[in-house]
Structures are given as structure tokens and as C-alpha cells.
Ligand binder design. Structure first.
Ligand code: FES
Length: 61
């Protein structure tokens, strides 16, 4: 499934970027060798970042 249609960035690429240390959408774009265009995907990227943070917090408890 695509998260960013402008750049053809898939969900698994976003998750890989987050696992590699991306903590903001701009860092996800950088990891995917892309740049923000319409920015419609930024909310989804933020949601995925929040999910990862919550998962890490849950795992640490
Ligand atoms: S959908 Fe990602 S920049 Fe447009």
C-alpha cells in the first residue's frame, strides 16, 4: 500500500525508515530519497511515527 502517491513511497518503506531512526516526516522523505510535494501523506506519516513511539513505550513498560 502506498503512503505517498506523489513519490511512490510504500508503507513498508516508511516503517523501515522509522526503524532506521527517522523521527519526523522530513527524515522519512530523506530516507526514501524523496521530497515533500503535496504533503497529503504527512498526516499518515505522523500517525505511523506515533504508532511506533507507542509500541516502543509499551515494550519498555
Ligand atoms: S502524497 Fe506524499 S507528497 Fe504528495
Amino acid at each position: 500500500m502506498y503512503v505517498c502517491n506523489c513519490n511512490g513511497i510504500r508503507e513498508r518503506q516508511v516503517r523501515a525508515a522509522i526503524e532506521a531512526g527517522a523521527s519526523r516526516p522530513v527524515e522519512i522523505f530523506r530516507a526514501c530519497d524523496s521530497k515533500v510535494q503535496c504533503a497529503r501523506c504527512v498526516c499518515d506519516m505522523r500517525r505511523m511515527l506515533d504508532e511506533e513511539r507507542q509500541a516502543l513505550r509499551f515494550a519498555a513498560e
